[in-house]
Design a binder for this molecule. Structure first.
Ligand SMILES: NC(=O)c1ccc[n+]([C@@H]2O[C@H](COP(=O)([O-])OP(=O)(O)OC[C@H]3O[C@@H](n4cnc5c(N)ncnc54)[C@H](OP(=O)(O)O)[C@@H]3O)[C@@H](O)[C@H]2O)c1
Length: 310
């Protein structure tokens, strides 16, 4: 009997149909894939994105896992009807694009590119940037994405210090923890990258007090989640010049409302949540591998810890 796999974000079906079908065949899984409303009691696995209309998981009584296409699971992790194991997405292509976004925007600030790209007066102003080794970077969040970005920046010579909940063993990248660790990381960081999930423990983490710990002129890159930084505190720190620039990919409300002050602020760059999308081809391979593992009685990859919220 083929396994019944329900693809819940029906709007994305045309992007995923071929990639998922090929990935399942490649993993040797006999599967019936459907984006249509199935008999819930017959569904073995759900491939899910929060854009789906499906919100009540209670009728899916035999479903063995819900496999998210998104890395961030804050919109589903607290769903009381979701009692099945939940896996988040760790996609190599998503990691690759996040590394490119973070390195690109970090280098923009490090090299002072804006002065040369927009130079209407054709001013010859030969100010050389400092060495990367003299530009400390804080990587808040040392998970799948944060670690890859930390490694890429360290490979360019930036001294990167990570910050996460648990201990990490990443050669050349010290990693601190807790409130004291965060204060130490922030106190020297000239570039701060936030790659944390949105949880009660990270919401408004960068408030006025924490932003004031940064050296004057520090740059902030936030491709994590909007609520990690307190909007009003960030605006005040930018207005005072304490923060040099913030490049933001994620926001409390998306799309960012037209009247939001971030749009017009001269020291904010808005990118429209494009830092790292899930790639159907590579993500389908991850989904197929997790179903294969589940059917073989092996532990699921990227299982979400409900208590921690990520
Ligand atoms: N902008 C985009 O296009 C885009 C795309 C994909 C993902 N994202 C965002 O990026 C986030 C990170 O993704 P990921 O795959 O790297 O997640 P992940 O592997 O789960 O890593 C999360 C990291 O955050 C740390 N962390 C969580 N809560 C913490 C806390 N209260 N204090 C200190 N550290 C904490 C974790 O510490 P431990 O390792 O010790 O658990 C871990 O290092 C996602 O949750 C999502 O919000 C954005």
């Amino acid at each position: 009997m083929p396994l019944n796999v329900h693809f819940a974000p029906a709007t994305l079906w045309s992007d995923y149909e071929q990639a998922l079908t090929e990935a399942m065949a490649g993993a040797g899984i006999d599967v019936h894939l459907t984006p249509d409303a199935p008999d819930p009691a017959a569904v073995d696995y759900i491939v899910y994105a929060p854009s789906a209309t499906l919100q009540d998981f209670s009728p899916f009584v035999r479903t063995k896992a819900v496999l998210s296409l998104w890395a961030g699971v804050e919109r589903i992790v607290g769903n009381a009807t979701l009692t099945q194991p939940l896996c988040r997405m760790v996609d190599p292509a998503m990691t690759e694009t996040m590394v490119a976004w973070v390195v690109g925007h970090a280098l923009r600030h490090h090299l002072g590119m804006d002065r040369h790209i927009v130079n209407p007066g054709h001013v010859w102003d030969p100010v050389c940037p400092p060495l990367p080794r003299d530009r400390p970077v804080a990587m808040l969040g040392m998970g799948a994405l944060g670690t890859a970005c930390a490694r890429a920046l360290a490979a360019l010579g930036f001294p990167v210090t990570g910050w996460s909940t648990g201990a990490k063993d990443v050669p050349g990248i010290p990693c601190l923890h807790g409130a004291d660790g965060l204060a130490r990381v922030l106190s020297t960081a000239q570039i701060v990258v936030t790659l944390l999930p949105k949880t009660p423990g990270t919401e408004n983490l960068l408030d006025a007090r924490r932003l004031s710990m940064l050296p004057r002129g520090a740059f902030i890159l936030n491709p994590g989640r909007g609520p990690i930084i307190e909007d009003a505190a960030l605006l005040a720190a930018l207005d005072s010049g304490h923060i040099g620039h913030a490049t933001l990919d994620v926001f409390r409300t998306e799309p960012l409302p037209a009247e939001h002050p971030f749009w017009a602020h001269p020291r904010i760059t808005v990118t429209p949540h494009i830092a790292a999308d899930t790639s159907p081809h590579t993500a389908s391979a991850v989904i197929a591998e997790n179903i294969r593992r589940s059917e073989a009685g092996l532990p699921l990859l990227h299982l979400v810890d409900r208590a921690r919220g990520y």
